[in-house]
Write a protein that binds this ligand. Sequence first.
Ligand code: XIL
Length: 836
Amino acid sequence: MRAKRLWSVVGGVVLGMVVAGCGGPNTDSEAQNTAATAVAGPSWNDTLAATTGTLAAAAAATGRLVGAAVDYGALINEPAYAQLLSQELSYVTPENATKWGSLQPTLATSWSFPQADAIVGAAMAHTQQVKGHTFVWHQQLPPFVTDGISTDDLTSMLAHNIQTVMTRYRGQIRAWDVVNEAVADDGSGLRDTIFLRKLGPGYIERAFRMVNAFDQNARLYYNDYGIETINAKSNAVLALVSDLASRNVPIHGVGFQFHVDATSAPSFDAIVQNFRRFTALGLAVNISELDVRVANVAGSRVKKLALQKQIYQRIVAACVVTPGCESLTTWGFTDRHSWIDGTFGADDPLPFDDNYARKPAYYGMVDGFAGVPLDDATLAPNLIANATLEAGLDGWSTWGGATIAVAADHAHTGKKSAWVSGRTAGWQGPVVDVTSLVARGRTYDASAWAQLGGAASDQVGLTAKVSCSDTGDQFISVARAAADDGGFTQLAGTLAVPTCAMTQAVLYVESAGSEDLYADDIALRDPNPDLGPNLVADPSFESGVSGWFAQGAVTISATTAAAHSGAQSARVTGRTATWNAMAYDLNGRAQAGTSYETGGWVRVGGVAGADVYLTAKITCQGGSTEFRRLAAASATSTGWAQLDGTLAVPACASFTDLYVYFESSSATADIYVDDVSIRQQLAGFGPNLIANGAFETSTSGWFGFGPPALALTTGQAHGGASSLIATGRTDTWNGPATSLTSLVAPGRSYAVSAWVRTSSPTATGVRLSAKMTCAGTTSFANIGNASAGNAAWAPIAVTYTVPACPSGFTEVTFYEEGPAAGIDLYLDDVSWRETL
Ligand code: XIL
């Protein structure tokens, strides 16, 4: 009976006994009153003062807390972690340390507080607020909480946990996630957990009442995932908390986890509309576990991080425009320590990188708090991280003796802009470094807003300075306009980045005269497509299934029985094995050593539901067969499921098999397929820097490294009709060569690929190499290797990073070498493409 009596704390039956000595409320009516007032508004005085130029300061300016989940090990072992946490954030949530299983890791009679104490203590020492997480959750439970225990025992153990923890931290912990993830994912009701099974649906209400009984100042939340927008699950959570609030259960708000994938991130409007439903009930909302995964975003890291920044800003902005959104917590703060890597696969979901540097996402958060308008959804994301100056001067500088500062309360958007004074020449303006953001040979949209200080009118310009070790400095005018001192003027144009040996690229604002200059909202966007054309000719099967073949004795046909788009889909019938499928041949269509975004929409027939898979069969000629599962999903007979994955085609010389197919865990289900897409990933690559790498018309640009003679030959060709042959080799290092001195830049990375072949009857080692001279010192680098004889072409496809050379290389010679003297070397389809 002990348990029952504990549960009735708020009923007042045994209150005196349970809370005696721990200073809790001692009447039932008091608890009830607290509930009523708490629903109406907070009683906690948040400390919002913070060092300027931090996330905490940006959030405090909106009356909000910004925090992170804290990992005990990192806090204790990494001074940089502890320092950044205390500087940047005003709110702390123990990531694991206050979970029940962490506090009672072994016996019901023993407790382990050192980790929780350390995290709470560190927060107190830095006047940060703390949110406890979490009392009632079906995961990370103590080992003694199993279905084997009785209802009474679970009841008393939970009550004991709440009492012990609340008593220990009363006055130190501002808020609690009282109940976590209690609603079923499909919104059909409460999740099937040990708490529901043992205690019945009333456990939620009782938990809130119990926690409240120990600290009426603590803000109490229901917390869940997958409820960011209006959907079946958020409807169910809304119904749950609405019921609790209407009955004066002491719940003050709802935590929305926001573990987001950038490829399916919710829109600003969808978040705000959802939040409004909850605040309309008189409840607060908070963003409780924000992280944004980008591994699935196609393209370069620069692009991924720019998109991530956009999404962070959008989510922060959704909180800022919602009066009842009181705080925002990221789940961790550095990519060095994130639960995402272990749960979803390697990723970089947080606002600080592995080395604690601010990522673009950080600036997105600051912009969100500062009220900077969201990017137009039709534009490619801005690659410049600190584009608005809202976080200070990071990334900005000026030229000569001029002075750059952040102008507070003077801005095109937000509150701040860059202000350059003390100018003595027109070119002395605000400068942003974009060296790591641009690929040479690519064209970008660039823009900025400028205003004069102390002059009524003048010409202003947005200019790029590209420094090249071979061709010197190039100044590229992006835009010119007439500006004044009454408001900001937009400068917008395009920037074609040259293919010189680039050591630095910057964008800057200048003017004709030397009056003060303000700049804000500088943007550099990459409008180039991320994906190549679809390799599937009729992806929605509107005119049949040509190009597809049957794997196994099945029938493939186009059908109007179901369609994801248009009028028809493809259907596979007569299946008797899970691998029976419709397949699409990529041999001769896809390129070796290249990645493709591969997907389609699938449903099943003849069964209610089954798992479906997109699989690739890859057999390099002479090699073993590999079956690669590119994507998996649960499909039903009533709705379409999307399969989406990446096919990284290996760099083998030729394929016996290279195809993809749609199969199912059910051996007999019919499979419907529609809207198939197989598109090469292009983003992040510059154009081929080798002007003549296909050797179709001449050997122009190439010479013999050593004595060899070069010629075109139609005897062998990898692509087209001819290739290059080097004959008369007298040493292993002899071969065909070309100069890259004015093409590649120190410190940058290149996707290097080429096809090689020899006249040797047995396969022999072929190398791609570079001779580089920097500041008078010559070195040789191995770039890639293959084994090739006279029977077949061998591919070499590698990513190669050119070494640093601050003064610029005076020679970069790229050449093919390796086989013994007398063996001829062939070369074809050479490319060097810059990557980011
Ligand atoms: C995660 C932690 O981040 C991990 O370290 C731990 O191994 C598992 O739990 N929803 C929640 C959090 O409410 O408590 C979870 O935290 C992440 C999902």
